[in-house]
Design a protein around this ligand. Structure first.
Ligand SMILES: [Fe+2]
Ligand SMILES: [Fe+2]
Length: 191
């Protein structure tokens, strides 16, 4: 388990300073902001960690530049969920896997939501299949981690502020490691 936590942390040590594709924050800032928003909202440790790591699939896949500009969907939500499931369980991997579908759901069900999306999110929305229709939305609402995925998605959209990073880089990474430990230990106790 420790080896996997080290691997995940290393992705942020090595790739955390990369600018989040098409946005004005780095991967580490975006991850930290989403985790912080979850923490401020009183989310469980698992959902805080899901918020922290929801885009880990981008770092894992490590595609060059801004894939959406080339018309490429990196399916990062599926890559991330696959990586996270064995270590942290469904409470982390499912909100991660569903965070793209949650965007499609919110665009389809909340009129004002689409206008708040960042340019990269608008580009990727098309590649990801566009807004969910009424039947798809109803099916999505029935999924066990639907509510967590929607919360994560809202923090995802808010966590792209170019000047919000209240901690040092090292403190952010230390916090991530502590949170990963806590959630992985809880997961091991449960199984
Ligand atoms: Fe994402
Ligand atoms: Fe994100």
């Amino acid at each position: 388990m420790q080896k996997m936590l080290n691997t995940l942390l290393a992705l942020y040590v090595q790739g955390g300073d990369h600018v989040y594709a098409g946005e004005s924050v780095t991967q580490l800032m975006h991850a930290w902001q989403c985790g912080r928003l979850a923490e401020k909202s009183g989310a469980s440790s698992a959902l805080q960690l899901a918020s922290w790591l929801h885009d880990v699939g981008h770092l894992w896949a490590n595609l060059e530049g801004t894939p959406t500009l080339r018309g490429q969907d990196d399916v990062h939500e599926h890559i991330g969920a696959q990586v996270l499931l064995p270590v942290f369980g469904l409470a982390v991997s499912e909100p991660v896997r569903l965070h793209v579908q949650a965007k499609r759901y919110l665009v389809g069900t909340r009129e004002s939501y689409a206008s708040k999306l960042s340019p990269d999110s608008v580009r990727s929305l098309r590649l990801q299949g566009g807004p969910l229709g009424p039947q798809e939305s109803a099916a999505f609402e029935a999924k066990p981690f639907f509510a967590d995925a929607v919360k994560l998605r809202v923090w995802d959209d808010l966590g792209k502020k170019p000047d919000w990073f209240e901690v040092t880089r090292q403190d952010a990474l230390d916090h991530l490691m502590q949170l990963m430990h806590r959630v992985a230990r809880d997961h091991v106790i449960q199984i």
